[in-house]
Design a binder for this molecule. Structure first.
Ligand code: ZN
Ligand code: ZN
Length: 103
């Protein structure tokens, strides 16, 4: 399914990343099975689904990369993720807190 040996480019943040995942721009649950997909890095893909439900993506018209990039919350996220190293999957605050508590 996915090759780990070549670099992929995330269509949202445009970073070169080791792995991309397939995002249905129109969610399958909303009839998007045969609709366009985008290849996204794991943090971007998580972020989209963390911010919006499948119904919201359709209702808000966030069914193209262009419209996702114009959405203010996504836009500020993309600005931030572009500065992050490609191999790093951002950790949650909780895990950092747990790590520090172990010292
Ligand atoms: Zn990305
Ligand atoms: Zn998705």
């Amino acid at each position: 399914m996915q090759s780990q040996n070549e670099e992929r480019i995330c269509e949202l943040c445009k970073r070169k990343v080791p792995v991309t995942t397939v995002h249905h721009l129109t969610p399958r649950e909303e009839g998007g099975t045969d609709m366009p997909t985008a290849h996204l890095c794991i943090p971007c893909h998580k972020q989209i689904h963390y911010l919006f439900t499948n119904v919201e993506l359709v209702v808000l018209g966030l069914t193209t990369i262009k419209s996702l990039l114009l959405e203010p919350t996504i836009a500020s996220y993309v600005k931030w993720i572009r500065k992050q190293p490609a191999a790093t999957i951002p950790k949650s605050r909780k895990s950092r807190h747990v790590r520090e508590a172990r010292r």
